[in-house]
Design a protein. Sequence first.
Length: 367
Amino acid sequence: MRIPVYTPDLTGNEVAYAEDAIRSGWISSIGQYVERFERGLAEVIGSEGSVSVCNGTVALHLALHCLDIGPGDEVIVPTFTYIASVNTIAQTGAKPVFADSRASDWLLDPESFRSRITPRTKAVMPVHLFGAVCDPEITQIAREHGIAVIEDCAESLGSSLHGKHVGTDADVATFSFFGNKTITTGEGGAVIAADPALLARMRKVKGQGQSLTQRYWHDELGFNYRMTNIAAAIGTAQLERLDAILARKREIATLYQKELGNHFTFQTLAEGALSSNWLVSTLLPQGCDRAAVMASLAEKGIDSRPVFFCAHHMPMYRSDESFPIAEDISARGISLPSYPGLTDAEVLEVSAALTEAVAAQADRVVA
C-alpha cells in the first residue's frame, strides 16, 4: 500500500546500536543493551525497574504465571481486546471471564467487571486499547475484593492519567514492542511490578527459572522468554526518540479528529488522560459496510484494519453471552494509518477518502 497502517520509524541510532551489539559478540540475551533498555524503559514509565522479554504475549503469560494463576481460577478480561490478552489466561489453565466495554472509551466497563466477580476470581486484566486509559475505578474494585490487577499496556507506552504512566498502580503491567507499536524492538515485550520480589521472580522465571545467584541451578519451573541484546539495541535507540514519536502521533490523531470528528466517533478520553494514540481508530456510521469502505480505501492505495473481533465470538471461546457495547464497537471500528512518518497531507488524503467512501455507502442506501 502507498499509505500503510503502520511502519516503524527507524531513523535514529537503531542500525548503529544493532551493529555495535553484533560486533560485541553478545547477540543473545546477555549484553549491555538489555540492561540499558530495561533501565531506560523503567525511567520512562516511572517504575522501580523493568524486565524485558521476547514479546508482549509472553509478558502477559509470565505475569499470570508468577501471580500463581492456574486451573480453577478465573480472570476477568474485556471481550473486546486483542486475542493475546485472552489466550494467555487460557494457557495457564485458568478461565477467561468476559466483560463488556464502555461506549465512551471502548475500554473495560468497571460495572461490567464488578458484575462478573465470583469467589474464583483471581485477577482482572484491564487493556488500554489504542492508547486510551482504563478507568482507575477498576483497580479500586479489585482492591476491595482482593483481586490482582494485570494491566495490558501493549498499546499504551506513553499514556498517562494525571501525569502518572499507565501500569504503575497495577500489581503487574505488561508492554509490547512489536514492529507496529509506538516503539519497537522487532519482537519484544516487558513487565513491571509494584512488588520488587515479584519483579525479581519474573526475571528469574523468564530465564528458565535459573537462580539469579547460582548458574545452572533451577529451583522452579521457568521459560525461555528472554529478549536478545540485538533487539534491545534497537529498543534503546527507539527510547531516545520516544518523546518526538509520541508528539508526532498526537499531532496526527488531533488532525484526524479535526477532519472526521463531525461524522465519525472516536474514543473519549477521561479528564486528565493522555493517550499514546497508538492507532487512530474510529467507528463508522451505523449500517455502513466496513468491508466495502476498506476496499474503497485500498483502491486508492490506503491501508486500513478492522478493530478486534470480540473474543466470545472466537471458536475456542464462543459463548451465547451478550456484550452489546463491545459487539457494536467490534462491528463498526476501523483503524487508520497512524505511523509517525505520516505527513499532514497524507492524513488529509486518508480523511477525504474515508469520508467519500462512507458517503458513497449512504448514497447507495438512499438509492
